[in-house]
Design a protein around this ligand. Structure first.
Ligand SMILES: *Cc1c(COP(=O)(O)O)cnc(C)c1O
Length: 380
């Protein structure tokens, strides 16, 4: 069966059909060589491989699976999610304008602000989950990139990708979507109109909290895409073969992991929403969530594994609840098979995060065990 015809579950379980043709192994080999030999006429033995900085076979395999999953023309892996984001923004010329969603992954906001200040690029920040507000900002004049994140981390706001594409198109910008909290299993932004989709593969794509990585996937090969590709090779921001191999292995179970995590998250959201010591729950799966209907349309497989909730009380109460948790590890990051909890105010006290907000990344454990842990920590 051709890779193009595989359903996501098949594509992932078989790692896009990557086997070791030489040994017959059912998993692909790792080729750690940094350089590759030429024959006596100076022709490379394998024209794909000359030097390891531009590329590597197992990196290409992982990129191929991710591009196919998202319905894109090509993908590029980077050593971290931030390196992928930086690679895209570095294509914006001095004096231009970019529009980014407010209230997104804090380090994206921080890096984009710093970078654009150095480059004298104007940055407009807008709550893109409000489609009219985004359209207004776009109408102010030309821009190069509209950057949205859906669901957003840690506010769990849902942005209408098709509407954002219309707004971006109106000011000549390309629409890039950080889909890390959705995963390629639950949403395919390129199919909804986005030009580029980005994931921190550190999160649910790898899923085991042991590989740092990031990916950009493009709908079409454009001059901007070629610039990113050339710059990655020359500036040397490629993922290493060991990381790509681990990533490809982790990805094999992504569909299964996401299915369980989403199921657990929905049960936990329902539990927390009814809990007397919880003030509110931010999770798009709940009917009362402002983006619920949109999420239902954009995330047909479920509402993700990330959620935030506000405990009744103050900062101390929230820290005590987190402190009492036994199964949820108190750690940053998300998307691994183990559940995590984070008091975001401790990390980003200056961004307007409520002091009582706890963000959880729901793992693949048994839902009843996780609910019991939350129950004892909240104190029933
Ligand atoms: C973690 C994360 C990133 C950054 O990825 P790294 O791999 O940590 O560099 C970007 N966006 C979102 C939504 C994230 O959760």
């Amino acid at each position: 069966m051709d890779i193009k015809d595989m359903r996501p579950e098949t594509l992932l379980a078989q790692a896009g059909g990557a086997i070791d043709a030489q040994s017959g192994g059912v998993v692909p080999p790792i080729q750690p060589a940094t350089t590759f030999v030429r024959d006596k006429n100076y022709k490379p033995l394998n024209s794909d491989n000359v030097y390891a900085r531009p590329h590597n076979d197992v990196v290409r395999q992982a990129e191929g699976v991710l591009a196919q999953l998202e319905g894109g023309a090509a993908g590029l892996l980077f050593p971290s999610g931030m390196a992928a984001i930086a690679a895209l923004f570095r294509t914006v010329p001095t004096g231009a304008r970019v529009i980014i969603q407010s209230g997104i992954y804090w380090n994206t906001t921080k890096w984009v602000r710093d970078f654009c200040e150095r480059r004298q690029i104007d940055v407009d920040e807008v709550d893109a989950s409000d489609a009219a507000a985004l359209a207004d900002v776009c109408a102010k004049g030309p821009a190069n990139i509209v950057w949205v994140e859906t669901p957003s981390n840690p506010w769990l706001k849902i942005t209408d990708v098709a509407a954002a594409k219309k707004a971006a198109g109106s000011c000549g910008a390309l629409l890039a979507v950080d889909s890390t909290a959705a995963s390629p299993v639950l949403t395919n932004p390129l199919k909804l109109g986005a030009d580029i989709v980005m994931h921190s593969t550190t999160k649910v794509i790898n899923g085991h909290s042991d590989v740092l990585g990031g990916v950009l996937i493009t709908k079409e090969i454009t001059p901007v895409w070629e610039e990113i590709e050339t710059d990655r090779a020359s500036a040397g921001a490629v993922m290493g073969p060991f990381e790509a191999w681990l990533l490809l292995r982790g990805m094999r179970t992504m569909a299964l992991r996401v299915e369980r995590m989403v199921d657990n998250a929905m049960k936990i959201a329902d539990y927390l929403a009814d809990h007397p010591k919880v003030d509110s729950v931010l999770y798009p799966g709940l009917e009362g969530h402002a983006g619920h209907d949109l999420a239902k349309a954009q995330m047909p497989g479920g509402y993700g594994f990330l959620m935030s909730f506000l405990v009744k009380g103050d900062r101390e109460t929230a820290l005590q609840v987190a402190g009492k948790m036994k199964l949820f590890h108190r750690a940053t990051s998300l998307g691994g098979v183990e559940s995590l909890v984070e008091h975001r105010y401790t990390i980003e006290p200056h961004t307007g995060i409520p002091e009582t907000l706890l963000r959880i990344s729901v793992g693949a454990e048994h839902a009843d065990d996780l609910i019991a842990d939350l129950g004892q920590a909240l104190g029933q």
